[in-house]
Design a protein around this ligand. Structure first.
Ligand code: ADP
Ligand code: MG
Length: 339
């Protein structure tokens, strides 16, 4: 059984050869304090964030696009592979694992180790923007320059040509920072403390990066958050509006735009010409933020497209590799093997 893994900071997806995406769960592990034993992994563990009794901690093994807890990451990979591929023996499993383009050699080894301990005989690492571009249907092997901006927990911007990444930026600003910006705003403007899950709910319900054409109804929406009053410590609710949330998101959104500009500047002129002509493709959950495409298009003067099913692009790209190891050999790194 060959498997592709999108090891995301927010969500982990598994693609099984011949089957498609077989698992899609939050990248969260709940552990008992003191022991490293995982009590729950994935959707079940995410439910516990911000609600755990003192002795249980909900860990996100990856944050802002990098691995922040190796042990938990390993536990999570093992758990998901077992869940998606039941049965005690997983002979000859090959895995294609997507990693952020900025990972260090130490992080690469940690991911390979975790995959092997989860049952892989051979592991190929592929950089996330490459997988995202393949999953979005971009012609990565051709001589034409393609730009992909993958906004998950963090952000990856890359220009790809002839099966390789020509220039890339890895940014610790993405969905997680969008949430943090909302938390900050609510604390400063309304003196209310809210958790990161609440902030994410606000973002998904009424977040935007630019007024959406024809979105008058959307502009009038509000979202009521419940939190704890900063001074009194008592529970209180506050009604947030679309324009104020957009303003709260301004800084991290500008940071993403700045990274796109830098990547364009660093890229050889022929390739940036291709990008100007064919546009920029957005993938990852952040691509769903209303108006982000329009704002980026207006800031760069380049057409911007949101990929179909942006949350699935990286997993589908790793899946394409799993279905066609030989055809995509050039984009896949050399295999690391279990000893
Ligand atoms: P990762 O690859 O890091 O796991 P994903 O590509 O799965 O990340 O995207 C997850 C991020 O996308 C989260 O920050 C989540 O809040 C955000 N997200 C999901 N849906 C939406 C939406 N409709 N609007 C804005 N952000 C969204
Ligand atoms: Mg991702």
């Amino acid at each position: 059984m060959d498997i592709g893994i999108d090891l995301g900071t927010a969500n982990t997806l598994l693609y099984a050869r011949g089957q498609g995406i077989v698992l899609n769960e939050p990248s969260v592990v709940a552990v008992q304090e003191g022991s490293r034993h995982a009590l729950a992994v994935g959707a079940e563990a995410k439910e516990t964030i911000g609600r755990t009794p003192g002795s249980i901690t909900a860990i996100r093994p990856l944050r802002d696009g990098v691995i922040s807890d190796y042990e938990a990451a390993e536990e999570m990979i093992r758990h998901f592979v077992r869940k998606a591929v039941p049965g005690r023996r997983r002979p000859r499993t090959r895995m294609v694992v997507c990693v952020p383009s900025g990972v260090t050699p130490v992080e690469r080894r940690a991911i390979v180790h975790a995959s092997i301990s989860a049952g892989a005989r051979a592991v190929h690492l592929i950089e996330e923007p490459m997988a995202a571009a393949i999953g979005a249907g971009l012609p990565v092997s051709s001589a034409r320059g393609s730009m992909v901006v993958d906004i998950g927990g963090g952000t990856e911007v890359a220009v790809i040509s002839l099966g390789g990444i020509v220039t890339a930026q890895s940014l610790r600003v993405g969905g997680d920072r969008f949430d943090a910006a909302i938390t900050d705003h609510v604390r400063k403007r309304h003196s209310l403390l809210v958790g990161e899950r609440t902030a994410e709910d606000v973002k998904v319900a009424i977040g935007s990066a630019w007024p959406v054409p024809g979105g008058e109804e959307f502009e009038r929406r509000t979202f009521t958050v419940r939190g704890r009053e900063k001074v009194s410590g008592l529970p209180r609710t506050v009604e947030l509006t679309v324009p104020e949330v957009r303003e709260a998101l301004d800084e991290p959104v500008e940071a993403v735009i700045a990274a796109v500009r830098v990547t364009l500047e660093e890229c050889p002129p022929e390739l940036s010409g291709d990008v100007m002509e064919h546009g920029i493709v957005l993938t990852g959950g952040g691509a769903l933020l209303p108006g982000l495409d329009l704002r980026l298009a207006s800031a760069t003067g380049i057409p911007v497209f949101v990929a179909d099913a942006p949350l699935d692009c990286v997993a589908l790209g790793s899946g394409r590799c799993v279905e066609d190891f030989d055809g995509l050999q050039r984009v896949l790194g050399k295999a690391e093997r279990a000893r």
